[in-house]
Design a protein around this ligand. Structure first.
Ligand SMILES: CC(C)(COP(=O)(O)OP(=O)(O)OC[C@H]1O[C@@H](n2cnc3c(N)ncnc32)[C@H](O)[C@@H]1OP(=O)(O)O)[C@@H](O)C(=O)NCCC(=O)NCCS
Length: 178
């Protein structure tokens, strides 16, 4: 397996929640986290930021998820969908209102970058309305059409497919063999 150069992973520390004064932590989820994950993802799905996910869908893809917790509560999540040995999508990224501003969004994406690099996957993309956040993390704006696999699967069944307000962003991981 190709090992990647992880210099892009920042040393930015997680900060305490301004609401609870508790510092969040990052984990791989277990079965016990699924109800919290479903609640978080579907809160943002109702706001139009994410596609909805059922408990069954999350359970079936559990190893691909990373979560942030405040105590026992799931307050952040993201998952990595592998399209090919060369391409993966950062998806279902969300940070609960109570934990925003703590750095959790960055830490979740960096954890997914580390997973991708550990698997030798050189390119990550996202379709998002949170463009300034992704630009801050080093992603660049690109064209959706570069990711036909995404367009054929999620986009083709999306109710907003003819009026999509999401932007494609891409991140190229630096691999040691480059
Ligand atoms: C986008 C989201 C995940 C960001 O999470 P977050 O925990 O608030 O972000 P972080 O605290 O890790 O921010 C990391 C950096 O990005 C910046 N940033 C975050 N949101 C930003 C925004 N909307 N505009 C500009 N910069 C932003 C932060 O200031 C921070 O910069 P710093 O490191 O210099 O302080 C969160 O706002 C969210 O859940 N949004 C709704 C769901 C969504 O849109 N998900 C994306 C779907 S792909």
């Amino acid at each position: 397996m190709t090992q990647a150069n992880l210099v892009y992973i920042t040393d930015v520390e997680l900060r305490p929640s301004p609401v609870t004064a508790v510092t969040p932590t990052i984990h791989k989820p277990t079965e016990a986290d699924i109800p919290g994950l479903v609640a978080l993802v579907n809160t943002y799905a109702r706001r139009g930021d994410l596609l909805p996910r059922s408990a069954e869908q999350i359970r079936a893809s559990l190893p691909t998820w990373v979560i942030g917790k405040l105590g026992d509560e799931v307050v952040a999540c993201g998952s990595l969908l592998h399209y090919s040995p060369h391409l993966a999508e950062v998806r279902s990224l969300a940070v609960a209102d109570v934990a925003q501003g703590t750095g959790l969004g960055r830490k979740i994406v960096e954890a997914l970058m580390a997973e991708a690099s550990g698997r030798g996957i050189p390119t990550l993309f996202a379709l998002t309305r949170a463009v300034p956040f992704f630009l801050k993390l080093g992603f660049a704006i690109t064209e959706k059409e570069f990711f036909p696999q995404k367009v054929w699967t999620d986009c083709s069944v999306c109710p907003l497919k003819d009026a999509c307000d999401e932007t494609a962003v891409v991140f190229k991981l630096v691999m040691n063999n480059e």
